[in-house]
Design a binder for this molecule. Structure first.
Ligand code: GLP
Length: 241
């Protein structure tokens, strides 16, 4: 794992955007894996600013998002579809038909999981996956205990994840209790991974990621077995508590 240390969230967001922009310019039909949460918002803002200033084009880019809440439609303000449109897709020249996110409000959730996994495969897989990390080590919505062989599947969110994500909702009760997420094996199939870590709340996760053993009880630890991972982490996350 290649670790890039940065000062703060602002610098992390700039560095991450530069990293992605360089790839998009070199490979105009790149397949990007994208993440939600607070961490990548600044990165997306930088991508938008660059698109406006330097005209980096996303016309031929395909995107695959990691996850979506079960039970929310795409026009619900708390869905990850809404988040991605609002924070990125509406502001760049990407074709929305080329932006893929699991559908959270279908009748047959299991079939949706299978469809999504096959869709990624059909398009030849993700070239560069952007990832955040939960404070309990989750990636996507793969909570501790998730099998390393898992493909896209339905998960029950843990109390700590519901608590952490409640800040985006009016109340904790409104946070869905289930989500569809790419599995650990789906994530590990991407050719390259860019992991973003910022803030003191991620300190413990950062230390475990760097030093603890590879174990399903800390999902992000699997990344140590991936051949091409770049971590951009800020000082608050890197500080030892
Ligand atoms: C969320 C998302 C993850 C994200 C993580 C961290 O639940 N499903 O993809 O990486 O939790 O979120 P944040 O960046 O807001 O700390």
């Amino acid at each position: 794992m290649n670790l890039i240390e940065v000062r703060d969230y602002t610098e992390m967001s700039q560095k991450a955007a530069e990293y992605i922009i360089e790839k998009v310019r070199r490979i105009p039909n790149i397949k990007l894996g994208l993440a939600t949460g607070g961490t990548p918002i600044g990165t997306y803002q930088n991508l938008i600013e660059d698109h406006q200033k330097n005209k980096t084009s996303y016309q031929n880019v395909l995107t695959f998002n990691l996850d979506e809440y079960v039970g929310l439609s795409g026009d619900n303000q708390n869905s990850y579809r809404y988040f991605m449109n609002d924070k990125l897709f509406n502001h760049i020249d990407i074709d929305k038909n080329n932006t893929f996110i699991p559908c959270g409000n279908v009748e047959d959730i299991e079939a949706e999981c299978q469809r999504y996994e096959e869709l990624i495969h059909h398009h030849g897989g993700v070239d560069l996956q952007v990832l955040g990390i939960g404070s309990n080590g989750h990636i996507g919505f793969n909570e501790p205990g998730t099998s390393f062989t898992s493909k896209t599947h339905v998960v029950n969110l843990t109390a700590s994840t519901i608590e952490a994500n409640a800040r985006f909702f009016n109340s904790k009760e409104e946070v869905p209790t289930k989500a569809i997420t790419m599995g650990i094996s789906s994530i590990m199939k991407s050719k390259e991974i860019l992991l973003l870590i910022s803030g003191e709340k991620k300190r413990e996760a950062m230390q475990k990621l760097l030093h603890a053993e590879v174990t399903e009880s800390f999902p992000a630890s699997i990344l140590r077995n991936h051949p091409s991972v770049t971590i951009i982490a800020d000082q608050a996350a890197l500080a030892k508590s």
